[in-house]
Write a protein that binds this ligand. Sequence first.
Ligand code: AMP
Ligand code: ZN
Length: 463
Amino acid sequence: MGLKLYNSLSKKVEDFKPLNPSVVTMYTCGPTVYDYAHIGNWRTYTLADVMHKALKFNDYKVKYIMNLTDVGHLTGDNLGDADIGEDRLEIAAEREGRSARDIANYYIDDFLKNGEKLNIQKPAKFTRATDYIQDQIDLIKELEKKGYTYRTTDGIYFDTNKFKKYGALSGMTEESIKEGARVEPNPEKKHPADFALWKFSPTDKIRWQEWDSPWGVGFPGWHIECSAMSMKELGDTIDLHLGAEDLRMIHHQNEIAQSEAATGRQFVNYWIHGAFLLVDGGRMGKSLGNAYTLQDIESKNFDPISLRYFYMTAHYRTPLNFTWEALQNVQNSLKKLYDIVGGYKESKEAEVDERYLEKFLDALNDDINMPKAIAVLWEMLKADMDESEKIKTLFKFDEVLGLNIENYVGFEIPQKVLDLVKVRQEYRKVGIWDKADLIRREISQLGYVVDDTGNGYKVKRKI
Ligand code: AMP
Ligand code: ZN
């Protein structure tokens, strides 16, 4: 069975047929780099990573781009009008007393570090919106030439009435847009769905980031960056475009309008939207104090890989509810997996088990069904098979799962750790608990844990 994907555009599961079978093109809407990414954001980026790896597992070469939004994403999108409010980067600059550029650099750095911890493979390129200003201006000029734009007092807008296919992805109507907005519609917009391509700088304030343009000093609207960067890096039509479901209604709809109005060609063949992560059954948000970061996860002694595993316990189109207890359960499963493979012996001659490989691939190709793929893993662990073949097959699975299985297979405990464990046992025998504890900490620093069992102890690698 080849890869099948649910396409949000057709609202159907379709056979995946790339435009150019030798290189699949993929784009993911990346973070707005004004703050730390939270575990909801990471769910979406992990989905993109799993998709990237599942394509490679299917022997496709993939050219994958993710953007970094460092300008133009205004606070109004939370209120149903993304063209009003403050630029998130400018607010962060004020908040932290640093330049917008410094803010972006700092949060990009943090994003990359945390992505590594989650075993997210880097795309071919991260494209920064501010590095593509001229491309965005050129695209707006093209739209202007073709008659899709108009001017208001605060910017250049896209005239959605002129683009007949507007709404094909979102299914939105004029009424639903009005109902969805929690602010008065901008009276200068010809239609509530119209959106800014270029915004003018305020006259009473100097922005950290602003550029000259044929229309006046200002900055690009939020949506135009993705159209400009995707088309510049990957071509007018690409295979896959990913993001969370909240982007489908407006951001992605607007990307389609801008791109297709400019080129006359289809912008994206397969739109993939991930469902949201909930926390304790509800929305997550900074004001609710539950927008946990990866740092929060780690400070509670969870391995970021447990979070990665947690994401894969639900299908990407199903909302997933985060609780600390659920994460603990997943971490226990991961520990169990590591314990099992820790006892396995490798053999160079072993072969991958084709039957389980196929089952795993079938799960991936069933619209990236990760719960099913993980079930295949557990089923194989229980199967009557040679350990070394299980290992070979697990390594193959881990190309997509990214659970660091290799680090835990048939490991040998270093002599130094064994010596420390022995000394600790001596202290315990005579009841010098504080010394024993000190040594436990030293063992932990070396990356191991000692579990005291009824009649002895067991040394394991720490997760
Ligand atoms: P932002 O940095 O706000 O531009 O968001 C980055 C990405 O995270 C976007 O694709 C959002 O749609 C996505 N996102 C935001 N909140 C959640 C959530 N609770 N669950 C999953 N994805 C989310
Ligand atoms: Zn985007």
